[in-house]
Design a protein around this ligand. Structure first.
Ligand code: SF4
Length: 216
């Protein structure tokens, strides 16, 4: 894609949704961090179902420590890998209390030292709470980046590096959301809905599905 095409690509994605938000539910930065840590290999809908009651009770890392690992497991047992996620959330809560005064640090270097927090989780928190220009490459962004030609790469890190380079200034904070939403609802994994895609003319995917399959 050319520079102008990339600008137009984001302009169109932004048009209908000028202030995109994550679909995870949270009330503060700590809850966002926990929700993102729980969302690995799980859907946002599934995480929200589990965290509604949890977050009504737990708003701070200290309150999580007071709840305890078994109490946390009771809340999140419907989420995949809940045993190891519970362990990580307890440990990261302990570190936040002991080393950061109960606050979530606003830089990637510190975030990725927390148990269960990788580069992607850190990027989501930095983007969604701190408003930083980060690109958390999940399965949707990886697919959309590669299919469209916007940011081709064999690994999430390569796609992230391309996005860093190519996303134009006005769209850098929202890009992460627009690409996820586009991948989740239009440029779907199995059958991309190219017949209703507003950026189809800019996309370089060779196997576009331009006619709606019967029965859909
Ligand atoms: S045209 Fe198809 S493959 Fe390209 S971005 Fe749109 S939905 Fe995805």
């Amino acid at each position: 894609m050319t520079k102008d095409q990339i600008f137009e690509f984001f302009r169109r994605l932004a048009e209908d949704n000028p202030s995109p938000q994550t679909e995870l539910e949270f009330g503060n930065c700590y809850q966002l961090l926990v929700a993102v840590a729980l969302s690995a290999q799980a859907t946002d809908v599934g995480v929200n179902k589990a965290t509604r009651a949890l977050f009504a009770r737990v708003q701070t890392p200290q309150q999580m420590l007071d709840l305890g690992e078994e109490g946390l497991k009771e809340h999140i047992k419907t989420i995949g890998l809940f045993n190891s996620k519970a362990k990580n959330v307890m440990e990261l809560s302990r570190i936040l209390v002991e080393q950061y005064g109960g606050e979530v640090p606003d830089n990637r270097e510190a975030l990725v030292t927390l148990p269960g927090v990788g580069r992607k989780t850190a990027n989501v928190v930095l983007n969604c709470w701190f408003g930083q220009e980060t690109f958390a490459v999940d399965t949707h962004i990886f697919r959309v980046g590669n299919r469209t030609g916007l940011a081709k790469g064999k690994t999430p890190e390569q796609v992230e590096a391309k996005l860093e380079k190519r996303v134009p200034a006005p769209f850098r904070v929202g890009a992460h959301h627009w690409l996820i939403l586009h991948g989740r609802y239009v440029c779907k994994a199995r059958t991309p809905e190219c017949w209703r895609c507003k950026v189809a003319d800019l996309c370089s995917f060779r196997k576009k599905v331009l006619e709606k399959p019967k029965g859909r």
